[in-house]
Design a binder for this molecule. Structure first.
Ligand code: CMP
Length: 227
């Protein structure tokens, strides 16, 4: 099992510069966890048990109001990590993390994570870079929620989804596994019904093609022209 896991950890941006022997030590200490679609990996306000590195699948990071209304802050995919914030600030989990697809993740215990950060300044630097990137994306999401109408927010959502999780097919199209309309609605602050109606409009205009669980976007849309 260790070779595949060592490869995964080596590809994960955070641990990319560790020596093979160190990666193997880390792989031996990591615990494999498997989650079904919609399974809660952990909930906001729980105490922290470790850092997770995603091997496959996709998760959503979300917060909920007392009335049960959900806001999705981010979606994360293979080789990305989550669960670092509560380890860094010794506070409870800042958000819930829920599998959007069947997901496999490896959990690294708090003491292993802390030892790695202390021994490897490059890991600390990469962590800070990733936290900055996530803050930028959060700022962009706030800007989008505050300044764009729902059509603009949906266009921006698809562009970001394709940039972050899309597969370029090489024929002018980008493929992305489409989240449920409810999850899209919870990311852009609207209702599921509105998302369904607007996605139908995008399809009719030829900007998005939906087939089964996949959506296909024109690669040119990724350059920022929201159409
Ligand atoms: P933690 O607070 O331990 O648990 C929830 C995790 O969700 C958090 O660590 C981060 O890994 C992740 N997270 C929280 N907020 C965001 C965000 N705005 N963008 C991306 N990931 C986030």
């Amino acid at each position: 099992m260790c070779a595949a896991l060592t490869d995964l950890l080596g590809r994960a941006s955070l641990f990319g510069e560790l020596e093979p022997a160190e990666l193997e030590t880390l792989a031996r200490a990591a615990e494999k966890r498997e989650f079904a679609r919609d399974e809660v990996i952990f909930a906001a306000h729980e105490p922290a048990d470790g850092l997770y590195v995603l091997a496959s699948g996709r998760v959503k990071v979300c917060v909920s109001s007392s009335g049960g209304k959900e806001l999705i802050l981010a979606t994360l995919g293979p080789e990305q990590f989550f669960g670092e914030m509560a380890l860094l600030d010794n506070e409870p989990r800042s958000a819930s993390v829920i599998a959007q697809l069947p997901t496999v993740a490896y959990r690294i215990r708090r003491d292993d994570f802390e030892r790695l950060i202390e021994q490897h300044p490059t890991i600390a630097r990469k962590l800070m870079r990733e936290l900055s990137l996530r803050l930028r994306r959060s700022n962009a999401q706030m800007e989008s929620l505050a300044t764009l109408d729902v059509v603009g927010r949906l266009a921006r959502y698809f562009i970001d989804l394709a940039r972050q999780h899309g597969q370029i097919l090489g024929n002018g199209w980008v493929a992305v596994r489409r989240p449920t309309h409810q999850d899209i609605a919870n990311s852009i602050g609207t209702s599921r019904e509105t998302v369904t109606r607007l996605i139908n409009d995008l399809e009719q205009r030829g900007l998005v093609v939906n087939e089964g669980k996949m959506s296909y976007l024109r690669e040119s849309v990724l350059s920022g022209e929201e159409g």
